[in-house]
Design a protein around this ligand. Structure first.
Ligand SMILES: Cc1cc(N2CCCCCC2)n2ncc(-c3ccc(F)cc3)c2n1
Length: 242
């Protein structure tokens, strides 16, 4: 139960690793694709609940740079999901003043998928409510390498000296710079019992609280989301200080 008198202790940025879709389908003796379909419904449920609770940014790990290793037919199916997601949910996102954002690399992503994502970002760009941020073709180490390369370029052009480089310089070159001032994750949630970070927002998760649930993503719902918020509210946060 959310302690409403602590409304001010709602995490600004919640990030979710949405695991368990394939296992869910297996348990239901349904095709794997049904797990992904049901997983999109879970995204809708959690997006509405996070927006209602006053979360500023909700980041969802939809496709990692490592996922390209999956069978080609599964990758092709996954690349269609953003198109289907927005076809189905943009009206409800608009109604709830939700703004769409995407972080990740454009390389290898089909044009039709990129077009659907850009269209949804454009349609919702003036919304002032929660940002629904999809990590798509995203990898934490690749993101830090990209930032490092950009800063090396600046040093080589004498626009910067190496000793002047600060954490802020790195953050300016991460995908999440567009989420300022909420680029750091406050609460990371991972479903299906896995207890790993899996190359997700490595820099931005430096001080985040972790909440793990054995529930499979398609079974995730508003009640479990509130339980994660309640757990967050109960924890004292020290940022390394006493
Ligand atoms: C690859 C993939 C898989 C995917 N699943 C369904 C949800 C469970 C997790 C895995 C499968 N979903 N669900 C929504 C998207 C998406 C991605 C980008 C975007 F801008 C809008 C929606 C998505 N993308």
């Amino acid at each position: 139960m959310i302690m409403n008198n602590q409304k001010e202790n709602i995490p600004n940025h919640v990030a979710i690793i949405m695991d368990g879709n394939g296992r869910w389908a297996q348990k239901q003796e349904k095709p794997r694709k049904m797990g992904h379909e049901e997983g999109m419904e879970a995204i809708r449920r959690v997006t509405m609940q996070a927006s209602k609770r006053g979360v500023k940014v909700l980041t969802l790990y939809a496709f990692s740079t490592e996922n390209w290793k999956r069978p080609p037919q599964e990758v092709h199916f996954l690349m269609q999901l953003p198109i289907r997601f927005f076809d189905r949910f943009v009206p409800e996102l608009q109604k709830n003043n939700v703004k769409v954002n995407m972080i990740g690399f454009e390389e290898k992503v089909p044009k039709s998928t990129k077009k659907a994502i850009s269209k949804a970002m454009d349609q919702t760009k003036n919304n002032t409510g929660m940002t629904l941020n999809f990590a798509f073709n995203y990898g934490g180490r690749a993101e830090i390498v990209k930032a490092t390369q950009a800063l090396c370029e600046k040093v080589l052009k004498n626009e910067l000296t190496s000793t002047d480089i600060t954490p802020e310089h790195i953050e300016e070159h991460l995908f999440t710079h567009s989420l300022t001032p909420y680029q750091d994750v406050d609460l990371l949630i991972r479903s299906s019992g896995e207890k790993r970070l899996s190359n997700f927002l490595l820099w931005q998760n430096a001080y985040s609280e972790f909440y793990f649930t054995d529930l499979l993503w398609p079974d995730f719902n508003a009640k479990i989301f509130d339980e994660a918020l309640f757990e967050y509210q109960k924890r004292q946060r020290r940022y390394g200080a006493l």
